[in-house]
Design a protein around this ligand. Structure first.
Ligand code: CAA
Length: 258
């Protein structure tokens, strides 16, 4: 397989494992990482010997969201033309099941990536959130749509509007994830589950995944378009510039509502 810069790939019998690997930036999703991740997923999706894929980070962080440094000075039009958000569309076309094995921070685009997978296994230290509001923006990679569907309107509103984070146990309680296991076991548990699913009838697995996803596809398509328009629009505001500059400068933002 290709030598990647921001991810590490491994095969465990019939399971393709992808480790996000930008530890110094808390696995922030920049365009290189997203492109490499999608390339690796598509490679495994086309490989005859692989039945299921697992995406993981490290114990401290799954991913802390989109790379803020890469977006700080971007205009709305630059965001509209960027490959960043469309990269998430590629994950929707993957036919084989994908399991996210998460630990530590699962934030912003990181939570959106986990929710784009088909199942989520979490370590007991996992913390889920959509902190975009702190930056003067909203989630742009499906967060407002998939989160609401998963946890319901009340909790999704608190997370999107007020940066409420969910512990692993809360995330399990609200139906965001499948299982919570001790931190030493979360990856093993995900690999075991992946290997069990990979041993089953491949065509039934593919159509089962497709059918479950159809349960909210029609609403998802419209919702994603709407979310994306609002996300891009916010890059035309002064508050987005201030929010992201403040994060980079490690200070509190001064909101103007402009
Ligand atoms: N983008 C770029 N760099 C990031 C990052 C991100 N999303 N998250 C963390 N980092 C970097 C920090 O800048 C820092 O780098 P330096 O050492 O060079 O300063 C390093 O990772 C460690 O971060 P902290 O010093 O902040 O570590 P901490 O332990 O004090 O806090 C944290 C950890 C709570 C995860 C905090 O880093 C944080 O709040 N990160 C941002 C989370 C966020 O806002 N995510 C949403 C991004 S926007 C988005 O995802 C849009 C979308 O929907 C697509």
């Amino acid at each position: 397989m290709t030598n990647y810069e921001t991810i590490i790939t491994e095969t465990h019998e019939h399971v393709g494992l992808i480790r996000l690997n930008r530890p110094k930036a808390y696995n922030a999703l920049n365009s290189t990482l997203l492109k490499e991740l999608m390339d690796a997923l598509e490679y495994f999706d086309h490989s005859d010997s692989i039945g299921v894929m697992v995406i993981t980070g490290n114990e401290k962080v799954f991913a802390a969201g989109a790379d803020i440094k890469q977006m700080t000075d971007a205009s709305a039009v630059e965001m509209l033309h960027s490959e960043f958000i469309p990269a998430f569309d590629r994950i929707r076309k993957i036919k084989k099941p994908i399991i996210a094995a998460v630990s530590g921070w699962v934030l912003g685009g990181g939570n959106e990536l986990a929710m784009s997978c088909d199942m989520i296994i979490a370590s007991e230290t996992a913390k889920f959130g959509q902190p975009e509001i702190n930056l003067g923006i909203i989630p742009g990679a499906g967060g407002t749509q998939r989160l609401t569907k998963a946890v319901g309107k009340a909790i999704a509103m608190e997370m999107v509007l007020n940066n409420r984070t969910l512990s692993a146990d809360e995330a399990l309680h609200y139906g965001l994830i499948n299982r919570v296991v001790p931190v030493e076991r979360y990856l093993e548990e995900a690999l075991d589950l992946a290997s069990e699913v990979a041993s089953r009838a491949p065509l039934a697995i593919q159509l089962g995944k497709e059918s479950v996803n159809h349960a909210f596809e029609s609403f998802l398509e419209d919702g994603l378009k709407d979310e994306r328009r609002s996300f891009y629009f916010l890059f035309a505001t002064e508050d987005q510039k201030e929010g992201m500059k403040a994060f980079n400068d490690k200070r509190k933002p001064l909101w103007k509502g402009k």
